[in-house]
Design a protein around this ligand. Structure first.
Ligand code: GLY
Length: 357
């Protein structure tokens, strides 16, 4: 927290939402400005710290970033299914921690945008390109929490119905027999029939992009926490078993569990996300093996991949956005890695405000 007390004012001075940090500087997203899917994690990090100590510096910084994010409602055609990540963890967190009514309204606005992406053929459309009308991705399991939240807030079950329809499609089409998950499935947008799997951000078609595995693990866990439907817990446990089998001896996480061993490529964000999901699974199942696995991941990150110095603004190193595309960051500090590491540490400390539910 002390490090971010020093570096949050740097972001405010720059007037940006940090995406990553390099060479002693915060760097904004290289894509889509404040509309990039990661924009909510910076205010979410601020809300985690605010929740822990009620330091107004973090509240002020979260709301500064939120003003930039809600400005994106004016150009909503750029937004996609990631409005869950963007607004539940920012405006939704604000409402949860402060009761601010405008923050609640903004979060409901985001949920309405998410509803507009639902294809009644059975899935929530991920992205906006004209040739992607049938694309759905595993990451969306995390965004469903926004819809469950909106149903609880409004008393209107439509949001949760849509989340459940998408989650059942994901159960059927994304989870493989070995407990791994696909990243992208294309459906026929007219009929909902499965067309094909695409390789996405992993090494190759049919491999196991580790962050996708983590999104599936934590996403189905959250779907269970939101609904108590046993099929979601069963899915989360299958994905968790596969993830745990691939944790490296040093506790760090390969970018793809099937990547060639000729070159080291890590994505520690995946390990941090999975640790959060595993800690929730331990509470739900009362099985210590999930906590042990989470501790292996968190210890690996703390022992080997945290930069506590002021040489860089952020904390977690060796984060990789995508196996083949280094443009969004490879083996660097990326803000959502910091967010999930801090969330995992808060869970271990018993102080997590649980911003997803
Ligand atoms: N949700 C996009 C990613 O994990 O890169």
């Amino acid at each position: 927290m002390a490090k971010f007390r020093r570096t949050a004012p740097v972001a405010a001075e720059m007037g940006i939402i940090p995406y990553k940090s390099e060479n002693g500087q915060w760097i904004p997203s290289p894509f889509a400005g404040n509309g990039w899917w990661t924009g909510g994690f910076w205010p979410a990090l601020m809300w985690q710290f605010y929740s822990a100590g009620r330091d107004p510096l973090f509240l002020t910084e979260a709301r500064r970033a939120q003003a930039l994010l809600t400005g994106q409602f004016r150009v909503f055609h750029e937004l996609n299914h990631d409005v869950g990540f963007m607004y539940l963890l920012s405006c939704g967190a604000d409402y949860k921690l402060t009761g601010d009514e405008q923050a609640r309204t903004d979060t409901l606005h985001a949920a309405s945008l998410m509803m507009g992406r639902f294809n009644p053929a059975g899935f929530i459309r991920a992205w906006n390109n004209a040739d992607q009308a049938g694309y759905a991705i595993i990451d969306c399991m995390m965004n469903l929490s926004l819809l469950y939240w909106a149903s609880r807030q409004t008393g209107d079950p439509r949001f949760a119905h849509v989340a459940d329809i998408h989650a059942h499609t994901a159960l059927r089409e994304f989870i493989r027999p070995d407990g791994s998950v696909s990243h992208i499935i294309e459906f026929d947008p007219e009929t909902g029939r499965r067309v094909r799997e695409l390789p996405g951000q992993g090494y190759a078609l049919g491999t196991q992009w580790s962050r996708g595995q983590a999104w599936g693990l934590y996403g189905f866990t959250l779907a269970y926490m939101n609904t108590r439907k046993p099929e979601y817990l069963e899915a989360a446990l299958r994905i968790a078993a596969n993830f745990i089998a691939h944790i490296r001896p040093d506790g760090l996480t390969d970018c793809d569990f099937c990547q060639p061993d000729t070159e080291e490529r890590l994505d520690n964000i995946a390990g941090a996300i999975a640790a959060c999901g595993l800690l929730e699974l331990e509470k739900l199942t009362e099985k210590g093996e999930y906590r042990q696995a989470a501790l292996r991941l968190v210890d690996g990150l703390l022992d080997r991949c945290c930069d506590w110095t002021d040489a860089r603004c952020g904390l977690l190193t060796h984060c990789t956005a995508s196996y083949h595309d280094d443009g969004a960051g490879r083996h660097t500090n990326i803000t959502y890695g910091d967010y999930f590491l801090v969330e995992a540490l808060a869970k271990l400390n018993g102080t997590d405000p649980m911003l997803w539910i």
